[in-house]
Ligand binder design. Structure first.
Ligand SMILES: *Cc1c(COP(=O)(O)O)cnc(C)c1O
Length: 461
């Protein structure tokens, strides 16, 4: 029989945690050593009652949680789960479906079909593209680039799935100078070599220079994958996709767009100019756990040519029946076989927001990032070093440089009003603000800016 009390207890704890987010210190209140001491209990020979397990977990882990789903966490690019998506995620756990195959979970497969169609719609991508529900941008980059590797080598008559890369025609990969680290990790995983990738120069915002790309492609051998970016991790800048698409098309190369957070700009009519030309690429990455604000772990690996996508990912075996869905099984679009139904929260998030709600979420975060930049600049004690075109702002405090910058970030985190991290943008250390949460308000920005300014003043004195 079902132990209802432990489930209700966990739900109560979860709701209390969420309710505490606007008021509690944003950063964790303890350290790793204390967490180890609390959590590393003796493993019992005979089990502990479920309610006790849950109560102890909450007590032990609580001080070590960052308030990442709360309104004033501005570190990395971390979205907070919106209510419908979180609730749907609870159902995913309770339903406990294996989303690999139509026959293993008809409902999960169809929910993901529909969520995929909605995502393509709001992002303005071809409705015929295929969508794999993977864990994050890292695996989405790997999945899309595996499809790219398949297609480009197939054009040269090489079956990379059968024969691997040993003896294959040389395949050139071009990336922007400011490509995300996970693109390089994906190239490593795929045997394409992170160090072999040709790095194309970028401007001061981190945007790939299309003339430099065209020149590099012209000097290449014609078998090529180009990795462009929508949303640079520090500045939020977009590679100029239109001239990049033209250059790539002229050389018959594959164009991949890593838009882990920036791709969502396509959902906003106010920001659509940033992604002009996007729909002409061959593959795209959009993280759902970033700006769509679904719980971890969730990202979309999108490929214009479903045949290339399936060829790269398909796993066939006698005990796995042919797809019961009339289209490839969900597992043939991702590296995993068995997995949770992570498309369900995506479905819930898109339906709860609607087209206008998603556009408004994107625009609101961008407007709030601009408010933060203005408040810091208006103090006269900070310089904003990026064009705030999206949800990212880079602030350099006057008179605080080098090693003192990470110290300032640590002081801000310790004070607890908000959480921001340090970065280095093209050699310049800066504080990095990312506004990616549905619950952040103007008041949160004002409070946080005041705390940041005060922490910088404290460090200077
Ligand atoms: C965050 C990010 C990634 C990696 O995504 P994960 O979900 O953390 O794996 C890749 N590319 C860009 C541009 C990103 O911002």
């Amino acid at each position: 029989s079902v132990d209802e009390s432990v489930l209700r207890r966990a739900a109560d704890h979860a709701v209390a945690h969420l309710a505490s987010l606007p008021d509690r210190p944003v950063g964790a209140r303890t350290d790793v050593a204390a967490l180890r001491a609390a959590l590393d209990r003796e493993l019992p020979d005979h089990g502990v009652a479920p309610e006790q397990v849950i109560d102890d977990l909450v007590a032990d882990a609580g001080p070590g949680l960052n308030a990442t789903p709360g309104p004033r966490f501005f570190g990395f690019v971390i979205g907070g789960a919106q209510p419908a998506a979180l609730a749907a995620d609870w159902l995913v756990g309770a339903w406990d479906q294996n989303a690999a195959l139509y026959v293993a979970s008809p409902a999960a497969a169809v929910i993901e079909e529909v969520a995929a169609g909605w995502a393509l719609d709001v992002l303005g991508l071809p409705p015929t593209a295929s969508v794999g529900f993977v864990t994050g941008g890292q695996m989405a980059n790997a999945t899309c680039l595996a499809a790219a590797r398949h297609a480009v080598l197939a054009r040269a008559g090489w079956d990379v799935e059968a024969h691997g890369l040993a003896g294959a025609p040389p395949l050139d990969v071009y990336v922007g100078e400011q490509a995300h680290v996970t693109v390089f990790a994906a190239l490593r995983l795929l045997g394409l070599g992170a160090g072999r990738a040709v790095r194309i120069a970028a401007d001061d915002q981190g945007r790939m220079l299309p003339e430099a790309l065209a020149a590099a492609l012209a000097a290449g051998n014609g078998l090529a994958i180009v990795c462009a970016q929508a949303g640079e991790i520090n500045t939020g800048a977009f590679d100029p996709l239109e001239p990049i698409v033209d250059a790539v098309a002229a050389h018959g190369a594959w164009l991949h767009v890593d838009g882990a957070f920036g791709l969502w700009a396509a959902a906003s009519p106010r920001r659509a100019a940033l992604v002009r030309g996007l729909e002409r690429a061959d593959s795209w990455v959009a993280d759902a756990h970033k700006w769509l604000n679904v719980p971890y772990d969730s990202s979309l690996a999108i490929v214009a040519d479903p045949a290339a996508h399936v060829a790269a990912m398909n796993a066939a075996a006698a005990y796995l029946p042919a797809s019961a869905g009339g289209v490839p099984d969900p597992s043939s679009l991702v590296p995993e076989l068995s997995r949770r139904a992570r498309g369900v929260p995506v479905y819930a998030a898109l339906r709860a927001l609607g087209r206008a709600g998603l556009a408004e979420l994107v625009d609101r975060c961008c407007d709030l990032a601009a408010e933060m930049a203005e408040a810091l600049a208006a103090s006269g004690r900070f310089r904003i070093i990026n064009d705030v075109v999206l949800n990212q702002a880079l602030a350099v405090p006057e008179g605080i440089a080098g090693e003192d910058l990470p110290r300032l970030a640590a002081a801000i985190q310790a004070e607890g009003t908000c959480w921001i991290g340090p970065t280095v943008h093209r050699g310049t250390p800066a504080l990095r603000v990312s506004v990616s949460n549905w619950s952040t308000t103007s008041e949160d920005i004002a409070r946080s800016a005041a705390a940041i300014i005060a922490a910088a003043d404290g460090l200077r004195s």
